[in-house]
Design a binder for this molecule. Structure first.
Ligand code: 13P
Length: 233
Protein backbone atom coordinates (compact mmCIF):
# COMPACT_ATOMS: atom_id res chain seq x y z
CA UNK A 1 0.00 0.00 0.00
CA UNK A 2 1.26 3.45 -0.94
CA UNK A 3 -0.16 6.79 0.14
CA UNK A 4 -1.53 9.00 -2.61
CA UNK A 5 -2.31 12.31 -0.95
CA UNK A 6 -3.68 15.28 -2.84
CA UNK A 7 -3.14 18.85 -1.67
CA UNK A 8 -5.65 21.22 -3.24
CA UNK A 9 -3.97 24.29 -1.69
CA UNK A 10 -6.23 27.37 -2.25
CA UNK A 11 -8.06 25.95 -5.25
CA UNK A 12 -11.44 24.48 -6.09
CA UNK A 13 -15.08 24.88 -5.16
CA UNK A 14 -17.85 22.59 -3.87
CA UNK A 15 -18.87 21.36 -7.33
CA UNK A 16 -15.26 20.52 -8.25
CA UNK A 17 -14.74 18.77 -4.93
CA UNK A 18 -17.91 16.68 -5.37
CA UNK A 19 -16.87 15.79 -8.89
CA UNK A 20 -13.37 14.62 -7.89
CA UNK A 21 -14.47 12.68 -4.80
CA UNK A 22 -17.26 10.97 -6.77
CA UNK A 23 -14.79 9.92 -9.47
CA UNK A 24 -12.45 8.48 -6.80
CA UNK A 25 -15.26 6.44 -5.32
CA UNK A 26 -15.22 4.07 -8.27
CA UNK A 27 -11.47 3.54 -8.38
CA UNK A 28 -10.34 0.13 -7.17
CA UNK A 29 -6.99 0.47 -5.47
CA UNK A 30 -5.14 -0.76 -2.42
CA UNK A 31 -3.38 2.59 -2.18
CA UNK A 32 -4.47 4.93 0.60
CA UNK A 33 -5.98 7.94 -1.14
CA UNK A 34 -6.51 11.16 0.83
CA UNK A 35 -7.52 14.59 -0.49
CA UNK A 36 -6.46 17.59 1.62
CA UNK A 37 -9.03 20.30 0.97
CA UNK A 38 -9.34 24.00 1.85
CA UNK A 39 -11.26 24.51 5.12
CA UNK A 40 -14.50 25.61 3.41
CA UNK A 41 -14.67 22.39 1.39
CA UNK A 42 -14.26 20.07 4.37
CA UNK A 43 -17.97 19.94 5.09
CA UNK A 44 -20.51 18.23 2.88
CA UNK A 45 -20.50 14.79 1.32
CA UNK A 46 -17.13 13.03 1.12
CA UNK A 47 -18.55 10.11 -0.92
CA UNK A 48 -16.62 7.72 1.31
CA UNK A 49 -13.25 9.24 0.38
CA UNK A 50 -10.80 10.08 3.17
CA UNK A 51 -10.29 13.82 3.49
CA UNK A 52 -7.58 15.89 5.11
CA UNK A 53 -7.07 19.53 6.04
CA UNK A 54 -4.13 21.76 5.12
CA UNK A 55 -3.49 23.34 8.51
CA UNK A 56 -4.52 23.06 12.17
CA UNK A 57 -4.19 25.44 15.09
CA UNK A 58 -1.75 24.49 17.82
CA UNK A 59 -4.33 25.83 20.30
CA UNK A 60 -7.43 24.10 21.64
CA UNK A 61 -9.82 27.06 21.39
CA UNK A 62 -10.01 30.75 22.19
CA UNK A 63 -9.17 34.14 20.68
CA UNK A 64 -7.26 33.01 17.57
CA UNK A 65 -9.09 34.72 14.74
CA UNK A 66 -9.01 32.76 11.52
CA UNK A 67 -7.59 29.59 13.03
CA UNK A 68 -9.25 26.16 13.04
CA UNK A 69 -8.82 23.69 15.92
CA UNK A 70 -8.43 19.93 15.86
CA UNK A 71 -11.86 19.50 17.49
CA UNK A 72 -13.38 21.53 14.65
CA UNK A 73 -11.63 19.40 12.04
CA UNK A 74 -12.92 16.21 13.62
CA UNK A 75 -16.49 17.47 13.23
CA UNK A 76 -15.84 17.45 9.48
CA UNK A 77 -14.51 13.89 9.67
CA UNK A 78 -10.95 14.96 8.87
CA UNK A 79 -8.46 12.10 9.32
CA UNK A 80 -5.20 13.72 8.16
CA UNK A 81 -3.76 17.23 8.23
CA UNK A 82 -0.78 18.78 6.49
CA UNK A 83 1.48 20.67 8.87
CA UNK A 84 4.49 22.80 8.00
CA UNK A 85 3.92 22.79 4.27
CA UNK A 86 6.64 24.97 2.73
CA UNK A 87 4.01 27.52 1.72
CA UNK A 88 2.95 27.80 5.39
CA UNK A 89 6.57 27.99 6.51
CA UNK A 90 7.30 30.68 3.89
CA UNK A 91 4.17 32.87 3.78
CA UNK A 92 3.14 32.41 7.42
CA UNK A 93 6.60 32.16 8.97
CA UNK A 94 5.90 28.80 10.61
CA UNK A 95 8.96 27.54 12.46
CA UNK A 96 9.82 23.96 13.39
CA UNK A 97 8.53 24.70 16.91
CA UNK A 98 5.15 25.80 15.58
CA UNK A 99 4.99 22.82 13.23
CA UNK A 100 5.74 20.49 16.14
CA UNK A 101 3.00 22.11 18.25
CA UNK A 102 0.52 21.74 15.37
CA UNK A 103 1.47 18.11 14.83
CA UNK A 104 1.01 17.49 18.56
CA UNK A 105 -2.44 19.14 18.48
CA UNK A 106 -3.42 16.90 15.56
CA UNK A 107 -2.34 13.74 17.37
CA UNK A 108 -4.24 14.81 20.50
CA UNK A 109 -7.35 14.94 18.30
CA UNK A 110 -6.60 11.57 16.65
CA UNK A 111 -5.81 13.24 13.33
CA UNK A 112 -2.65 12.02 11.59
CA UNK A 113 -0.29 14.92 10.83
CA UNK A 114 1.63 14.91 7.56
CA UNK A 115 4.74 16.84 8.53
CA UNK A 116 6.34 18.54 5.52
CA UNK A 117 10.08 19.16 5.24
CA UNK A 118 12.33 20.19 2.36
CA UNK A 119 15.27 22.33 1.38
CA UNK A 120 15.30 25.55 -0.66
CA UNK A 121 17.21 25.90 -3.93
CA UNK A 122 19.95 27.88 -2.14
CA UNK A 123 20.33 25.19 0.52
CA UNK A 124 20.52 22.51 -2.17
CA UNK A 125 23.11 24.44 -4.15
CA UNK A 126 25.19 24.90 -0.99
CA UNK A 127 25.20 21.11 -0.50
CA UNK A 128 23.14 21.39 2.67
CA UNK A 129 20.10 19.28 1.72
CA UNK A 130 20.76 16.42 4.14
CA UNK A 131 21.60 18.55 7.17
CA UNK A 132 18.65 20.89 6.57
CA UNK A 133 16.15 18.05 6.12
CA UNK A 134 17.48 16.12 9.12
CA UNK A 135 17.20 19.17 11.38
CA UNK A 136 13.67 19.93 10.13
CA UNK A 137 12.57 16.37 10.87
CA UNK A 138 14.11 16.24 14.34
CA UNK A 139 12.75 19.63 15.37
CA UNK A 140 9.27 19.28 13.81
CA UNK A 141 8.13 15.85 14.99
CA UNK A 142 6.07 15.46 18.17
CA UNK A 143 7.42 13.49 21.14
CA UNK A 144 4.96 10.64 20.66
CA UNK A 145 2.20 9.44 18.39
CA UNK A 146 2.06 8.44 14.74
CA UNK A 147 2.70 10.76 11.84
CA UNK A 148 3.76 10.84 8.20
CA UNK A 149 6.75 12.76 6.89
CA UNK A 150 6.47 14.42 3.46
CA UNK A 151 9.72 15.32 1.73
CA UNK A 152 8.97 18.23 -0.56
CA UNK A 153 12.03 20.02 -1.95
CA UNK A 154 10.86 23.63 -2.15
CA UNK A 155 12.51 24.17 -5.51
CA UNK A 156 10.51 21.33 -7.06
CA UNK A 157 7.06 22.46 -5.92
CA UNK A 158 4.95 23.83 -8.76
CA UNK A 159 7.98 24.07 -11.03
CA UNK A 160 7.63 20.99 -13.24
CA UNK A 161 11.04 19.74 -12.10
CA UNK A 162 11.83 16.88 -9.74
CA UNK A 163 15.03 15.64 -8.14
CA UNK A 164 16.65 12.64 -9.81
CA UNK A 165 15.74 9.16 -8.62
CA UNK A 166 19.12 8.97 -6.84
CA UNK A 167 18.56 12.29 -5.10
CA UNK A 168 15.09 11.29 -3.88
CA UNK A 169 16.40 7.91 -2.68
CA UNK A 170 19.29 9.55 -0.82
CA UNK A 171 17.07 12.07 0.99
CA UNK A 172 14.46 9.46 1.88
CA UNK A 173 17.20 7.21 3.23
CA UNK A 174 18.48 10.08 5.36
CA UNK A 175 14.96 10.69 6.68
CA UNK A 176 14.53 6.96 7.37
CA UNK A 177 17.81 6.83 9.31
CA UNK A 178 16.90 10.00 11.20
CA UNK A 179 13.59 8.46 12.21
CA UNK A 180 15.30 5.19 13.13
CA UNK A 181 17.52 7.21 15.45
CA UNK A 182 14.44 8.25 17.42
CA UNK A 183 12.85 4.79 17.17
CA UNK A 184 10.26 5.87 14.62
CA UNK A 185 11.53 3.84 11.67
CA UNK A 186 8.01 2.64 10.83
CA UNK A 187 6.94 6.18 9.96
CA UNK A 188 5.77 6.48 6.32
CA UNK A 189 7.83 8.95 4.27
CA UNK A 190 6.20 10.31 1.12
CA UNK A 191 7.54 12.49 -1.70
CA UNK A 192 5.96 15.68 -3.11
CA UNK A 193 6.94 18.23 -5.76
CA UNK A 194 5.82 18.19 -9.42
CA UNK A 195 4.47 14.65 -9.31
CA UNK A 196 2.47 13.70 -12.41
CA UNK A 197 1.34 10.55 -14.20
CA UNK A 198 4.65 10.41 -16.04
CA UNK A 199 6.91 10.23 -12.98
CA UNK A 200 4.58 8.91 -10.24
CA UNK A 201 5.20 5.20 -10.81
CA UNK A 202 8.98 5.55 -10.79
CA UNK A 203 9.11 7.81 -7.73
CA UNK A 204 6.62 5.80 -5.67
CA UNK A 205 8.65 2.63 -6.18
CA UNK A 206 11.98 4.07 -5.03
CA UNK A 207 13.43 2.69 -1.78
CA UNK A 208 12.02 4.30 1.38
CA UNK A 209 9.28 6.09 -0.60
CA UNK A 210 5.91 5.20 0.90
CA UNK A 211 3.75 7.38 -1.30
CA UNK A 212 3.23 10.73 -2.96
CA UNK A 213 1.96 14.19 -2.05
CA UNK A 214 0.46 15.79 -5.13
CA UNK A 215 -0.47 19.42 -5.76
CA UNK A 216 -1.70 20.52 -9.20
CA UNK A 217 -2.25 17.02 -10.55
CA UNK A 218 -4.66 16.23 -7.67
CA UNK A 219 -7.19 18.87 -8.72
CA UNK A 220 -8.83 16.94 -11.52
CA UNK A 221 -9.70 13.29 -12.01
CA UNK A 222 -8.12 13.14 -15.46
CA UNK A 223 -4.71 13.90 -13.93
CA UNK A 224 -5.14 12.19 -10.53
CA UNK A 225 -6.69 8.86 -11.56
CA UNK A 226 -3.80 7.88 -13.88
CA UNK A 227 -1.38 8.51 -10.98
CA UNK A 228 -3.33 6.25 -8.64
CA UNK A 229 -3.51 3.54 -11.30
CA UNK A 230 0.18 3.71 -12.22
CA UNK A 231 1.39 3.07 -8.66
CA UNK A 232 2.03 -0.55 -7.91
CA UNK A 233 0.64 -1.56 -4.57
P1 13P B 1 2.88 20.36 -7.10
O1 13P B 1 2.53 18.91 -7.26
O2 13P B 1 1.88 21.27 -7.75
O3 13P B 1 4.29 20.65 -7.47
O4 13P B 1 2.73 20.70 -5.54
C1 13P B 1 3.39 19.90 -4.64
C2 13P B 1 2.94 20.25 -3.28
O5 13P B 1 3.28 21.29 -2.75
C3 13P B 1 2.04 19.31 -2.60
O6 13P B 1 1.92 19.62 -1.26
Amino acid sequence: MKYVIGNWKMNGNMAEKDSLLKSLKNVRTDNKVVICLPFTLLCGNTFGITIGAQDISEHTNGAYTGDISGAMLIESDVKYVLVGHSERRFYHHETNDIVKAKATAAIQNKIIPIICVGETADEKNAGRTMSVVKKMVLESVPKSGNYIIAYEPRWAIGKGVTPSANEITAVHETIFKTLRGIKKENTPVIYGGSVDAGNAGTIANLPHVDGLLIGRASLKSDTLLPIIKTIKE
